[in-house]
Design a binder for this molecule. Structure first.
Ligand code: CO8
Length: 262
């Protein structure tokens, strides 16, 4: 299926999803979310894909937020349902069976930052700007930003960003722990691909388990998290990839993982 508001490229084991409304700085509208929902199902169903990269088309924005021109026409109930749609799509990224990396190439504002926070981690261009400016519109974040940002950087820093609506640069985002790495603008995709390709060589069941366990455990107390890890460890050990990895070590050779997944 061809899309109008996003681009989905699959190159061997790496899928790259571009937000593709560069004239509106890739602002998120209903149609874009519908397409993304379908694309994420395709990615999830394609067992050859091992890593997803999310980025913005054009050289200015990752995503500059929800489409304000569309938002302004909504009544409160339509707004609530739009907010729920965005929450569901970003939770779908979080629940993907493969790692997702955000390559933030410019503005990541409002829904843009919320999209990036749905990914497992973020690399950013030196030119990137991050913020939740909804307060300047008389609104609050509605695609999971109040929840994911506070969990990522702590309550007080998240509240300061949400209450002031001020943007922070990539360096500050690094300091806050929003991004893992700040890259030269021309090298952003190269750096992201390098990490994505490294991850793609690992066992898929182990990756899937690790992703699931970290996320579920963070929403639970430590003892519950340890139990979840314990069960997932047993499941991971049952995989052919675990046999290959451990035997390859003892045979002093490089492991070749089949990449099966549940
Ligand atoms: N929505 C719609 N159009 C946008 C958006 C947006 N979020 N951002 C930029 N555009 C459009 C501009 O209108 C402009 O269009 P045109 O050329 O037709 O006039 C084009 O993109 C280029 O933008 P600018 O000329 O403004 O570019 P600048 O470089 O001067 O400024 C900025 C870039 C600073 C990013 C500026 O565009 C801006 O402030 N954008 C809005 C940022 C913002 O407030 N984002 C938050 C949106 S609200 C949100 O995300 C809420 C999520 C939860 C919703 C819950 C559902 C109800």
């Amino acid at each position: 299926m061809s899309f109008e508001n996003i681009i989905l490229e699959v190159d061997n084991s790496i899928a790259t999803l571009f937000f593709n409304r560069p004239k509106a700085l890739n602002a998120l509208n209903n149609a874009l979310f519908d397409e993304m929902d379908i694309a994420l199902d395709q990615i999830s169903d394609n067992k050859n894909i091992r890593v997803l990269i999310l980025t913005g088309a054009g050289d200015k924005a990752f995503v500059a937020g929800a489409d304000i021109a569309e938002l302004v026409k909504m009544n409160p109930l339509q707004g609530k349902s739009f907010s729920r749609k965005g929450q569901k799509v970003f939770s779908k990224i979080e629940a993907l069976p493969i790692p997702a990396i955000a390559a933030v190439n410019g503005f990541a504002l409002g829904g843009g930052l919320e999209a990036a926070l749905g990914c497992d981690f973020i690399y950013a261009s030196q030119k990137a700007l991050f913020g939740l400016p909804e307060i300047n519109l008389g609104l609050i974040p509605g695609f999971g930003g109040t929840q994911r940002l506070a969990r990522r950087i702590g309550e007080s820093r998240a509240k300061e960003m949400i209450f002031t609506g001020q943007n922070i640069n990539a360096q500050k985002a690094l300091e806050y722990g929003i991004v893992n790495k700040v890259c030269e603008p021309d090298k952003l995709m190269e750096d992201v691909l390098k990490t994505a390709n490294l991850i793609a060589t690992k066992g898929k069941i182990a990756l899937q388990s690790a992703k699931e366990v970290v996320k579920t455990g963070l929403n639970a107390d430590l003892e519950t998290g340890n139990r979840i890890e314990n069960n997932a460890f047993g499941l991971t050990m049952a995989s052919d990839d675990a046999k290959e990895g451990t035997h390859a070590f003892l045979e002093k050779r490089k492991a070749v993982f089949k990449g099966e997944r549940y």
